[in-house]
Design a protein around this ligand. Structure first.
Ligand code: NAD
Length: 256
């Protein structure tokens, strides 16, 4: 018996990183999965490998959401879960952030999450689940990621409101707040064949040893297990909550 037997789940930004691990784990646990992304080649390859359905979905496009919902219902008949995972990060101090860049981040992270709830919730079976991917920076500040942190704080707010509005239908809505997770977002060298991604990872290791009480970066598979918990019956009495998964980073600073 899988924890998601008979359930149909859409995972956005699933072509790589945390979304990919969520799609893989959900399939292993018996779900039918819709892999959604703007990266068509890796998204299609993943869907083929794990026996899922791929859809091209730019989360900032309302029409794309309509098509993705239709494709999911056509393929599997119903939708029981959504993981709003797609996201982008831009580094800049607030005073140096061009408005276009700020709006680009808001469009994908914040509006993408809003449009996902708006498009999927009315089509979702009662008793379904929505998991929104916020961030450690959805609950605290971090210099140089102002647009990103603002969009992630907004996701925590959207999560609470959606939980209240959808509770009468038994739809639970929660947010994940990962700290530093080992993906292309935290180590863009992973995407550059000319770069030494291992060397960058080693350089970052020292930083995480200092910042994170557990002394290491998190793994995408660990976030996927939290997404599974929030999508399965194991979390049946939990809704409207942000879940921090950060190796203890948000707990505070140590003076020892
Ligand atoms: P990633 O960059 O590897 O994956 C992000 C995915 O989102 C990619 O597949 C990308 O193509 C997709 N995407 C980007 N824009 C899109 C759009 N408009 N429509 C659809 N898909 C789009 O990074 P990741 O770490 O796997 O990120 C997953 C989520 O976790 C993001 O929401 C991110 O903000 C969040 N997060 C990441 C970290 C971290 O340290 N890696 C920490 C906290 C939160």
């Amino acid at each position: 018996m899988g924890k998601l037997d008979g359930r149909v789940v859409i995972v956005t930004g699933a072509a790589r990183g945390q979304g990919e691990q969520e799609a893989r784990l959900f399939r292993q646990e018996g779900a039918d999965v819709v892999v959604a992304d703007v990266l068509d080649d890796p998204g299609e390859a993943l869907a083929k490998e794990i026996g899922a359905r791929y859809v091209h979905l730019d989360v900032g496009e309302e029409d794309d959401w309509r098509s993705a919902v239709s494709a999911a219902k056509e393929a599997y008949g119903h939708i029981d879960g959504l993981v709003n995972n797609a996201g982008i990060l831009r580094f800049n101090s607030l005073v140096d952030t061009p408005l276009d860049e700020f709006m680009q981040v808001v469009r994908v992270n914040q509006a993408g999450c809003f449009l996902g709830i708006k498009a999927v919730a009315p089509e979702m079976a009662d008793g379904g689940t929505i998991v929104n991917t916020a961030s450690y920076t959805g609950l605290t500040g971090m210099a140089a990621v102002g647009a990103y942190a603002a969009s992630k704080h907004a996701i925590v707010g959207l999560t609470r409101v959606a939980a209240l509005e959808l509770a009468p239908r038994g739809i639970r809505v929660n947010a994940m707040c990962p700290g530093a997770i080992d993906t292309a977002m935290s180590n863009p060298a992973q995407l550059d064949p000319a770069a030494d991604a291992q060397a960058t990872a080693r350089a970052l290791d020292g930083l995480y040893r200092k910042l994170v009480p557990l002394g290491r970066i998190g793994r995408a598979e660990e976030v996927a297990r939290l997404a599974l918990f929030l999508t399965s019956e194991d979390s049946s009495y939990i809704t409207g909550q942000p879940f921090v998964i950060d190796g203890g980073w948000l707990a505070g600073v140590s003076v020892l």
